[in-house]
Design a protein around this ligand. Structure first.
Ligand code: UN1
Length: 493
């Protein structure tokens, strides 16, 4: 067999094998073995946590602008390696190369943005109640952060968590998904080359059950930031909660695009195709429900089905591919099961097959549209994480908002309309963490908060300055320079 890369842990600045077994890394486009990854045991996680803990006492004292300069260099290097990283991303994850470039760009943007935070990290200075007294708040690091990240955005999501964590003085133990270890390896190599001090970021490969769990349960991990399934998030929250750890969760979505009667139908279809079938529907933000005003339902269906059938399905490494494979055989089967449920719950307009023939070597699912779906149907309520969309007809705007919000999740919503009143009403009435007008449900930019309400999250946000709230504690400082004891709330009455 051809020699393939063997991905190891990076602990305290050294690349190290683990005691655990090796797992194959498979290209979802063609089932070829790309690499092997060494799974960690709890004792290796322990070493990584202790290294991070030790490093934190020094890292927190490095002036934030100096940390910012390092982040700037790291981002510059990510930019230089953008194409190489994008190719690797496509091979491990399957997403079309154009999308991979977009994802790497997201990490670059986040790096430069957080580098700038090294000269901001704003607190507040407020007037004190008493004379000759100064009052202000400053941000302090939480401590040692455990980051657990998914395969669908292996570098962007890691950057949303890692850069704010380190710029604000935390150190990190990072467990990436075992499907995409090469991206984590390449990212950490860049940190190492740029001279990030040993122990500031430690990489432990492994499964959620073993390595992930060991991070969450470790007494020296002060904060856990996780993106992944609601099921795993719930377990993490209950464990971390009982240990009184800070925990930030980004989980499932069941995002909807509303198409009103005034909408530009071609534009709406552009948005639906991109958000519904981009990344083969494997984004937390993917659109999987299309809520359509009855007056334009027929027209929308006609254009949507025609354009869905024209999508180029294939290996994401080819420049003209629109829809790549899904991550695994298991995912393919789970998507197909949902589509079979959907055939009972609605009417299949196109798609509905696991692709065979020239596609049989990879995990390819035909982009699928099912119509006349009831808002409470399983395919309209459960996260499918594949290229499947359900059309739900409605009579008017009020009903559209009701259906949009009738979900256990609350990540992203979108509306296509030319009516200014509907734009502003939707902005306020849609109960998700992200709202788009005249664009699909995907495409969040890194300098605004990313996250959702209800079962999507637990009140925290990734990216934007909101991510600094996850990785810092507020400290309120009062300096009394009056020379006498001044009692707040008593002496000022
Ligand atoms: C995700 O699927 O969890 O907004 C992340 C978007 C991308 C990030 C998606 N910028 O679709």
């Amino acid at each position: 067999m051809k020699e393939v890369p063997a991905y190891k842990n990076y602990i305290n600045g050294k690349w190290r094998s683990t005691q655990g077994k090796w797992e194959k890394v498979i290209n979802p486009a063609n089932e070829k073995v790309l690499a092997e990854v060494n799974l960690s045991t709890p004792s290796e996680v322990d070493e990584a946590v202790l290294a991070a803990k030790r490093a934190q006492s020094v890292w927190k004292t490095v002036p934030a602008p100096e940390k910012g300069e390092l982040l700037f260099e790291i981002s510059q290097k990510l930019k230089e390696r953008k194409e190489e990283l994008s190719q690797l991303l496509t091979s491990e994850n399957g997403k079309p190369i154009q999308e991979a470039r977009g994802e790497v760009q997201e990490a670059i943007d986040m790096g430069f943005y957080m580098a700038g935070e090294g000269r901001r990290l704003f607190g507040q200075t407020v007037p004190a109640e008493l004379p000759n007294k100064h009052a202000m708040s400053i941000r302090c690091p939480v401590g040692t952060a455990g980051l657990i990240t998914p395969w669908n955005f292996p570098i962007a999501i890691a950057s949303w968590k890692m850069f704010p964590a380190i710029i604000s003085g935390n150190t990190v133990v990072w467990k990436p998904a075992i499907e995409t270890p090469g991206m984590a390896d390449a990212f950490v190599r860049i940190l190492d080359e740029c001279g990030l001090p040993p122990g500031v970021v430690n990489l432990v490969h492994g499964t959620g059950e073993t390595a992930g769990n060991a991070i969450v349960e470790h007494s020296q991990i002060d904060i856990v930031s996780f993106t992944g399934s609601t099921e795993t998030g719930r377990l993490i929250a209950s464990k971390a909660g009982s240990m009184l750890k800070k925990v930030s969760l980004e989980m499932g979505g069941k995002n909807a695009i509303t198409v009103m009667d005034s909408a530009d139908i071609d534009l709406a279809v552009d948005g639906i195709l991109w958000s519904g079938f981009g990344t083969s529907g494997q984004r937390c933000t993917a659109a999987s429900r299309i809520i359509v005003h009855r007056a334009v339902k027929k027209e929308l269906e006609k254009v949507l089905v025609k354009r869905t059938k024209e999508l180029m399905i294939g290996d994401g490494a080819k420049e003209d591919t629109d829809v790549g494979p899904v991550i695994s055989r298991k995912a393919l089967e789970s998507i197909h099961e949902y589509v079979n449920i959907g055939r009972q719950e609605g009417e299949l307009l196109c798609g509905g097959r696991i692709l065979e023939g020239k596609h049989s070597k990879g995990n390819y699912y035909e982009p699928t549209v099912i119509t006349n779906v009831h808002p409470s149907a399983r395919i309209a309520q459960e996260e499918i994480f594949g290229p499947v969309i359900s059309i739900i007809p409605v009579e008017n705007f009020d009903e559209a908002m009701k259906v949009n919000n009738d979900s256990a999740y609350g990540l992203s919503s979108s509306i296509f309309t030319k009516d200014a009143n509907e734009v502003f009403r939707a902005m306020h009435e849609m109960d998700t963490g992200i709202v788009y007008v005249n664009a699909g449900t995907t495409g969040a930019e890194i300098h605004l908060p990313f996250g959702g309400t209800k079962k999507t999250g637990n009140g925290h946000r990734d990216s934007g300055t909101a991510s600094l709230d996850v990785f810092t504690e507020w400290k309120s400082v009062y300096v009394d320079y009056s020379g006498s004891l001044q009692r707040a709330q008593i002496d000022n009455n």
